[in-house]
Design a protein around this ligand. Structure first.
Ligand SMILES: [Ca+2]
Ligand SMILES: [Ca+2]
Length: 324
């Protein structure tokens, strides 16, 4: 509060008393620290550490040599080394640093670069990490620059690759390891896939003709052959009406005896296939119309006839005795 005193040297007059209040903004304290100690510094802009309410402070974490910035903690978060905070309370902020990551390393040990391979190939190798093998998370493989796929195991890893799924010729195998932060270099080999391509066998039914009317015991027969050599034929199989496959006799010239009395009268489907140890042939089909004669079922009629005859004889006998 204040007032004025006016004086002419003899008399003085005091003015009324005026009062007013100033509204000062509250002030807050920003405390920063570094973890681990000596790993780096934090610059504050504006500098100071004590700020009026609502002041925006830019914090930058600066790593010392041998460290990298990791994340903020306390009253801040995130992994960006520069952040802005608004001073609306006292704050305590920690900049966390860590030792930089060493990427893992990888090696393909099997197969050797440039070798001829076939069938299902077991690709194998090793992975390691200077920061400790326990940080390794996975090993991935890709074929011909395709999608990365996870291998089995890590420090000693393997990956099963079916080379019959690709064309014969040169193919690229690449491997990499991951430690949760960085991928390793990519290990790369090329191999020459040489698989023998198999032609499926072929088959034909020569008897019975499609649509034949048959009865009793019949012989189903035909021929089978294979472009890769008929000696590769393993077996010929037959099934009736989509039932169980049964082996026929012979291969190049095969036969199967079918008792049609075990089948109902009417149309039935016979299917045949050949197998060369790798692939089955197409299925050859023929339809037969079974017509076996029905067995005589006279017995019930005979019994009924005898019963009627006995009743008739008894009736006649009764009538005859009554007349007497
Ligand atoms: Ca590492
Ligand atoms: Ca074949």
């Amino acid at each position: 509060s204040w007032y004025v005193i006016v004086s002419d040297g003899i008399k003085s007059t005091k003015s009324p008393t005026w009062t007013f209040t100033t509204k000062a903004k509250p002030q807050y304290t920003l405390t920063v620290s570094v973890n681990p100690e000596g790993a780096g510094n934090i610059s504050m802009n504006p500098a100071g550490g004590v700020y009026e309410e609502s002041t925006i402070v830019t914090l930058t974490a600066i790593a010392n040599e041998g460290y990298v910035f990791a994340y903020w903690s306390g009253d801040a978060s995130g992994t960006n080394p520069t952040i802005q905070i608004i001073m609306n309370s006292n704050k305590n902020i920690i900049a966390n640093f860590q030792l930089p990551n060493t990427p893992p390393q990888i090696e393909i040990t099997e197969p050797e670069n440039g070798t001829v391979v076939s069938g299902v190939l077991m690709i194998q190798g090793k992975a390691w990490d200077m920061d400790g093998n326990d940080t390794l998370q996975k090993v991935e493989i890709r074929i011909d620059g395709g999608e990365w796929k996870e291998a089995e195991g890590i420090t000693l890893w393997s990956y099963s690759w079916d080379t019959t799924k690709v064309a014969n010729g040169w193919h690229t195998i690449e491997a990499r390891a991951y430690d949760g932060i960085d991928y390793s270099n990519i290990a790369k080999i090329t191999v020459n896939v040489q698989n023998v391509e198999n032609n499926p066998p072929e088959i034909e039914i020569t008897e019975p003709m499609n649509g034949s009317v048959v009865k009793g015991s019949i012989v189903v027969k035909g021929k089978a052959w294979d472009k890769d050599g008929n000696e590769s034929l393993v077996k010929v199989e037959i099934r009736i009406d989509g039932g169980e496959w049964k082996e026929a006799t012979g291969t190049i010239n095969w036969a199967y005896t079918l008792d049609t009395t075990k089948l109902s009268n009417g149309w039935h489907t016979i299917e045949i296939r050949a197998y060369d140890g790798i692939d089955y042939s197409n299925i050859a089909t023929t339809k037969i119309n079974v017509q076996n004669e029905k067995e005589e079922k006279g017995m019930p009629w005979l019994i009924i006839g005898v019963v009627i005859a006995i009743i008739a004889i008894v009736a006649i006998a009764v009538l005859y005795l009554r007349k007497k």
